[in-house]
Ligand binder design. Structure first.
Ligand code: PLP
Length: 492
């Protein structure tokens, strides 16, 4: 396992690596007396300025999960928050650091979700905290479209440098992944003068009107929310576990291209938008050769090839961007999630001539590239590079895949284990076939939650359990989480 810088002293989020014990385990690191009343104010906020107690990297439960304070908050939430906004595990978080989430009851949980692939650099990464604190004291907003500032420019320079391809690139910043996808489509349509957008089975691109149309799964993302934006066409994905027979990546690409040709014709297509590894759709890793063949076909036909790396980007899959696994250079790349250590920021980066095709004022938004989010992104990107977090993701992935593969030997409900780097999943099926078993995925995930490990499910059929730990997670902590997961799979 690749070590983080100076691993003997402190974790990069400022917490001690050593597993402290005490009457409250990790609770010893913060003042439990403050939770005597149901007080939703942050304990950190009550400490003297600048004095944030280190958070031990340790799982420790002091109540059932969710505990009484979380349940009380949940009642308030049910009265105040729209029912359509869900939560996977309703424990109310008060503090987090590295790979640990601490709830209002004092339970310390291991985070295998990273807030859906966001806090790759670790929750409350100290470099991000410092950069944000400094920026927030200088200024919080001017609107880049009114009076600009350097942080926005510096983030674009970093993205232009780090994304695949040595060609001239430019970037534009936004607030969310869906907004980045919408803007990539705007750029592609403007640059090509064409309307059609091609996406794939099992795709997830967001919840705005256009991105709902681009997303494949009806429930919960689309049902009842139509009509959707037009000129969106769907092609078959390469999904090795669910193919009826052996099919190479190139053959799967030819199958997709034939469907596109039949539905709309290459000459009408502005953009093909694809996740190099599908996220919400089930961590689907296409057969090698699929992505390059689709990208080559786009090039030949003057179609903008857009890699949606919102979930896969920033080291998550063991390289900075997942396209690099197959040497694919996208025309445009959308990023968000892992870019800014938890602050809302998203981007479209791509060929300068495409990005510059749009008239002045055609791209933007009030908050896009907010200065505080940009400061966070610069600090997060520096941490990724300096601490070789892509390399660490690779090591974590090897650890997780080995463990899951050995688990699959004894548990026939695990139909497939797959993933790249620290983006790993297993698919639950009825033993002996490939029929999805969503109930089994839900059962295992719920057992992990009760034992203090935050896991997420995904997949078109809801039967995939995905693991997305922070890339800085302590190896011993990850191993402990995998022990909990193994017990959950075995029903122990
Ligand atoms: C591949 C991909 N694209 C787009 C999005 C939408 O991002 P956001 O939720 O920030 O709008 C997501 C979110 O999960 C995603 O995984």
């Amino acid at each position: 396992m690749r070590a983080l810088r100076d691993p003997s002293a402190t974790c990069p989020w400022g917490g001690e690596i050593s597993h402290r014990s005490g009457p409250h385990g990790p609770g010893a690191q913060y003042d439990l007396s403050m939770t005597d009343a149901l007080d939703t104010r942050s304990h950190v906020a009550l400490l003297p300025p600048g004095a944030v107690a280190p958070l031990a990297q340790r799982r420790h439960l002091v109540t059932e999960v969710p505990g009484p304070r979380s349940r009380a908050l949940h009642e308030r939430r049910n009265a105040a928050v729209a029912a359509g906004v869900g939560s996977t595990l309703p424990v109310y978080i008060e503090r987090a650091g590295g790979g640990v989430l601490v709830d209002v009851d004092g339970n310390a949980l291991i985070d295998l979700g990273s807030g859906i692939a966001v806090v790759g650099v670790g929750n409350a990464n100290p470099r991000v905290v410092e950069a944000v604190t400094e920026q927030v004291a200088r200024f919080t907003h001017t609107c880049f479209m009114v009076t600009p500032y350097e942080g926005y420019v510096a983030v674009c320079e970093a993205l232009n440098r780090l994304t695949p391809g040595g060609h001239a690139k430019k970037s534009a910043l936004f607030n969310s992944g869906a907004e980045a996808v919408e803007n990539a489509v705007k750029v592609a349509r403007h640059a090509t003068g064409r309307d059609a957008v091609v996406v794939f089975d099992h795709a997830y691109h967001g919840r705005t009107n256009l991105t709902m149309a681009m997303t494949a799964k009806a429930m919960p993302y689309k049902n009842g929310f139509g009509p959707f934006a037009g000129e969106v066409y769907r092609a078959p994905m390469s999904y090795p576990f669910r193919e009826e027979g052996a099919i190479t990546g190139e053959q799967a690409a030819a199958r997709a291209i034939a469907v596109i040709d039949r539905q709309v014709g290459a000459g009408q297509v502005a953009a093909v938008v694809i996740e190099p590894i599908q996220g919400e759709g089930g961590f689907v890793v296409p057969e090698p050769g699929f992505l390059p063949a689709v990208a080559d076909w786009c090039t030949v036909n003057g179609i903008v090839f857009v890699a949606d790396e919102i979930q896969t980007g920033f080291g998550r899959t063991g390289v900075m961007f997942a396209c690099e696994h197959e040497g694919v250079v996208p025309d445009l790349i959308t990023t968000a999630k892992g870019i800014a250590g938890g602050l809302p920021l998203a981007a479209v980066t791509g060929r300068a001539e495409l990005m510059d095709a749009v008239h002045g004022g055609g791209l933007g938004g009030t908050y896009g590239g907010n200065p505080v989010a940009c400061a966070a992104a610069l600090a997060a990107i520096a941490a990724m590079v300096d601490d070789d977090l892509p390399g660490r993701a690779k090591d974590l992935g090897e650890l997780m895949l080995a463990r899951l593969r050995s688990l699959a030997v004894d548990h026939p409900q695990i139909g497939d284990v797959r993933g790249r780097g620290a983006m790993v999943a297993f698919e639950l099926v009825h033993p002996g076939g490939t029929e999805p078993d969503a109930a089994e995925a839900a059962r295992i995930s719920a057992a992990c939650h009760r034992a203090g490990v935050v896991t997420l499910t995904c997949g078109t059929f809801g039967n995939v359990l995905r693991l997305l730990p922070p890339l800085v997670i302590d190896e011993a902590l990850l191993t402990e989480a995998l022990d909990v997961l193994a017990d959950a799979v075995a029903g122990r």
